[in-house]
Design a protein around this ligand. Structure first.
Ligand code: FAD
Ligand code: NAI
Length: 467
């Protein structure tokens, strides 16, 4: 039996590897178990990193074809898809190698294999070749992440009917791509393939895109996507997908029932959410509780109902986001080292890396209304921002929601170029409990897109300057 360790982390995604590094920094003897050949989890291997590489490359391809000429740059871009996919793979390799380096640097023992909790304090690792060993440890952190949610009766083959994983590696640009689900993956990867030449239809069960996002933002984004050439079938469900000589025959039906119709497609991307991944972990045998959605149940200290077994990231409740998993990993490592680790789940930014980008933090207007909170709104369009005008990235706006009585910022929602970077200052000010006035009185460099954030904060008190 190897060990004993202070901590064994199962899963080396952003939650797991960050947890292991923080634990090692704090002097805990730490091991990490990963069944994939490389570290970094969903995010680095088949999620955040490869999708952002393709979003970046396809955006430049589209800009080269459509926007460069008006800036006086004459080019005729030609797509080399296999090179673009190789560019994506190089980005992934750089990142996963980086994690392996960090684990080594922090003297964390990596075990390649599938981890199973044999008992509290005991993790059994089955290597790819079948050999087993049992490791001893004081604490265990489950960081096994999530898996693709599937549609009953529609089998993902990762060739014609794909999940996000297959959609990151299509060898040819499909002429007709049908996306099931107008959530984050559907819109990001739908955007990639539209830019590369596919005709993209997005089928969404609900009557809006991006449920959970601020409605105002989602409506604007839908309009912009339609202008870009995406088609939406909202309030519609996919009933079945049949293989025919001409490709795939997709049967659709109104979400509330009614007459069926058909769409033909070459590739169908199923992007209807993700489910916590706990297969083979032995949770039932050791008595670790899960909720109705199969998420591992934890308390405020990330501990399960079984002493010494903790869980973080996609496998527990909350948004399935890499940075949320990372922060939980840090918190649990600090708790295990006797410190006061904590995550403020009210201030977790959420970004969609489309064009334009969407970013939000805190409450949406819908949430504030539902809670009966009296709030004020400051909104500022990028059309009135000098830098956006000169860059010709005038689509979108910044919206600041503040408590009507105290002026404390309750939510910030941005749709526009570089929203993913602009949201960081909103998260910082909210973490400090700042007010719209605090943000409005902070000097912002000119000319920058960030001035739109300041102007939206000024607009809360109806004193925006450039409107
Ligand atoms: P994971 O990253 O899923 O890692 C879990 C690891 O555990 C995996 O490597 C798995 O192999 C391993 N594992 C599972 N079971 C076992 C076992 N029994 N033994 C050993 N190992 C095991 N989030 C963002 O914040 N930003 C983005 O831009 C973004 N883009 C995304 C794009 C796509 C296409 C997808 C699919 C997801 C994206 N996400 C993004 C979500 C993000 O990937 C997840 O929220 C994040 O990876 C969760 O981290 P985690 O550590 O909880 O789990
Ligand atoms: P999602 O939850 O974002 O969206 C799924 C969509 O599918 C929803 O709009 C839902 O109403 C719809 N839907 C569900 N069942 C359906 C059905 N039968 N027919 C039609 N529509 C249906 O899930 P998605 O896009 O798969 O992403 C999974 C997770 O990965 C998300 O929780 C997200 O947090 C994470 N992610 C984050 C990214 C980012 O931060 N930029 C990028 C990609 C993924």
């Amino acid at each position: 039996m190897a060990g004993p360790y202070d901590l064994i982390v199962i899963g080396s995604g952003p939650g797991g590897y960050v947890c292991a590094i923080r634990a090692a920094q704090l002097g805990l003897k730490t091991a990490i178990v990963e069944k994939r050949a490389t570290h970094g989890g969903t995010c680095l291997n088949v999620g955040c990193i490869p999708s952002k590489a393709l979003l970046h490359a396809s955006e430049l391809y589209e800009e080269a074809g459509h926007s460069f000429a008006r800036m006086g740059i004459k080019v005729s871009p030609e797509l080399d898809l296999s090179r673009m996919l190789a560019f994506k793979d190089e980005g992934v390799k750089g990142n996963v190698d980086g994690v392996a380096f960090l684990l080594k640097k922090n003297k964390i023992d990596p075990y390649h294999g599938t981890g199973r909790i044999a008992a509290p304090g005991k993790v059994e690792v089955t290597a790819p070749g079948g050999e087993r060993q049992v490791l001893e440890t004081r604490s265990i952190v489950i960081a096994t992440g999530s898996d693709v949610a599937r549609l009953p009766g529609i089998e993902i083959d990762e060739t014609e009917i794909v999940s996000s994983t297959g959609a990151l590696s299509l060898p040819n640009v499909p002429e007709r791509l049908l996306v099931v689900g107008a959530g984050v993956i559907g819109l990001e990867l739908g955007s990639v393939w539209r830019r590369l030449g596919s005709s993209v239809t997005v089928v969404e069960y609900l009557d809006r895109i991006l449920p959970g996002m601020d409605g105002d933002v989602a409506k604007s984004l839908e309009r912009l996507f339609i202008k870009q050439g995406l088609s939406f079938r909202l309030g519609t469900k996919v009933v079945s997908v049949a293989r025919t000589d001409g490709g795939l025959d997709v049967t659709l039906e109104p979400a509330n029932g009614g007459a069926q119709d058909h769409i033909e497609a070459d590739v169908v991307l199923v992007a209807i959410g993700r489910v916590p991944y706990t297969d083979g972990l032995g949770l039932d045998d050791v008595g670790v509780l899960r909720d109705q959605r199969k998420r591992v149940v934890v308390n405020g200290q990330f501990e399960t109902n079984v002493t010494g077994i903790y869980a973080i990231g996609d496998v527990i409740a909350g948004p399935m986001l890499a940075h949320k998993a990372e922060d939980e990993g840090i918190a649990v490592a600090e708790i295990l080292a006797g410190q006061a680790g904590h995550v403020n789940h009210d201030v977790i930014p959420n970004v969609i890396y489309t064009t334009p980008e969407v970013a939000s933090v805190g409450k949406t207007e819908e949430e504030l209304k539902a809670k009966g909170v009296d709030y004020t709104v400051g909104k500022f369009p990028f059309l009135a921002n000098g830098r956006a005008k000169v860059n010709r990235t005038t689509d979108g706006f910044v919206k600041v929601l503040a408590d009507a009585a105290t002026d404390r910022i309750l939510g910030v929602h941005i749709i526009g170029a570089n929203a993913s970077e602009l949201i960081a200052e909103a998260a910082v000010i909210m973490e400090f409990g700042g007010s719209a006035e605090d943000l409005a009185r902070t000097c912002h460099a000119h000319p920058t897109l960030s001035e739109a954030v300041k102007e939206a904060a000024l607009a809360v008190a109806k004193r925006a300057i450039h409107m």
